[in-house]
Design a protein around this ligand. Structure first.
Ligand code: ATP
Length: 375
């Protein structure tokens, strides 16, 4: 398996820039997700790396080799699509064996590699069945089998679970990640589904309009979104945003909302009037009788152990994820508090997260821990 290194990658279709200056590294053995809404440039990025599309500019390295202008067939990458193109007239065994037959691999070796792949994917009992009668999940396993028998340097997967129903997709996420670990694979995986990305990836690049807005671990992306776009795209329901009118000096660590003093991570730099947006995840909103920040309960979604309560405040709607035991009646007015250490701060004009003293301290602790780990 191999590292994938992409530098300054751009793709224009006429005047339209589908991918604008992407740079990232997928480390050897990493499960890396490109995540973003439809049309943000994920598939185009993947296709350039796989050699199915030529970049307008930039460089792609696979295991150290510059493959930017190499044909797809010379890159040693296996591709798995959403619409698995199985050959309907061939049985499972011949479908999986197909790339090896095309490469002229000896028959005995083909047999051994196909049977090994089928065992890993738990479809050994289907090897001599026609593909026409297979379930969606088994068809997907056959498509994966065809990719893994090749023993490629890296796997490219473009929404491979998109055609499956939600429950089965969840099961396949677990299987795919286990398969990745078992093969020691390098996997680049495209999806618009945050749950798939969050549950499988070592790292996620969140894309928006051809740009990578944030590249980090799932936890960092959730806890410390780099922009309003990321904060809104990740999380269900997404982060609450409260726009603040007052300007604040550097070092400010409280803010007033509707007469309530809310503690927040101390600002590194001053913020001009009207420029600050406070972000709070629904699970960091609590009911608190005494708080002057008031909200009227507008809706309650019961989810079993938790409930999502929608509240209307004078600063806008806020969603709170609370234990189902907390009483919440539509129409009643309650006090609200926000967990200060969990708040995010954004510059309204640029949409970028503001750095805070607290976050810097957290980052320093993390990098000290990393240095200690790596000696
Ligand atoms: P989706 O999940 O909907 O495919 P995506 O993030 O993968 O979304 P891309 O398929 O990479 O998006 O497309 C990015 C943009 O580039 C879209 O606006 C798309 O219409 C445009 N695009 C892609 N291929 C071409 C092409 N061959 N010619 C012109 N425009 C294209």
């Amino acid at each position: 398996m191999a590292e994938i290194r992409v530098s300054g990658l751009q793709k224009r279709f006429g005047d339209f820039a589908a991918v604008k200056d992407s740079s990232f590294v997928v480390e050897d053995g990493e499960f890396f997700c490109l995540l973003g809404p439809s049309g943000c440039g994920k598939t185009t990025t993947l296709r350039m790396i796989a050699g199915l599309e030529l970049p307008t500019s930039g460089e792609i390295r696979l295991a150290g080799d510059d493959v930017t202008f190499k044909r797809a067939s010379e890159r040693d990458i296996a591709f798995v699509f959403q619409l698995f193109a199985l050959y309907p007239h061939m049985n499972v065994r011949r479908n999986i064996a197909f790339p090896l037959v095309s490469q002229g691999v000896p028959r005995a070796e083909i047999r051994q590699r196909v049977e090994e792949a089928a065992r890993i994917l738990r479809i050994a009992h289907l090897l001599d069945s026609p593909v026409s009668g297979l379930s969606g999940g088994d068809r997907q396993r056959v498509a994966l089998g065809r990719a893994i028998v090749r023993r490629p340097k890296a796997f490219m997967m473009d929404e491979p679970l998109g055609a499956l129903d939600a429950e089965f997709r969840h099961i396949m996420c677990g299987e795919l990640r286990a398969l990745h670990d078992r093969l020691g694979a390098t996997t680049l995986y495209v999806t618009h589904d945050q749950l798939e990305a969050m549950s499988m990836a070592d790292k996620i690049a969140v894309m928006n309009e051809g740009i990578i807005e944030q590249l980090a671990t799932p936890r960092e992306i959730y806890d410390r979104p780099a922009s309003l776009f990321v904060a809104d795209f990740i999380g269900s329901p997404p982060m609450n945003f409260l726009s603040l009118r007052a300007g604040l000096p550097a070092g400010a660590d409280t803010v007033e909302i509707e007469g309530a003093r809310i503690a927040m991570p101390a600002l590194r730099e001053p913020v001009a009037e009207g420029d600050l947006v406070l972000g709070a995840r629904p699970e960091h909103v609590r009911f608190s009788d005494a708080s002057p920040l008031r909200g009227e309960v507008f809706g309650v979604e019961y989810l079993g152990t938790t409930q999502i309560v929608t509240l209307v405040t004078r600063s806008g709607r806020v969603k709170a994820r609370l234990s189902s035991d907390v009483p919440a009646r539509i129409g009643e007015t309650v006090g609200l508090t926000l967990r200060p250490e969990k708040l995010s701060l954004f510059d309204k004009a640029s949409g970028k997260a503001l750095r805070s003293a607290l976050h810097d301290a957290a980052a320093q602790t993390r990098s000290a821990a990393m240095e200690a780990r790596h000696g």
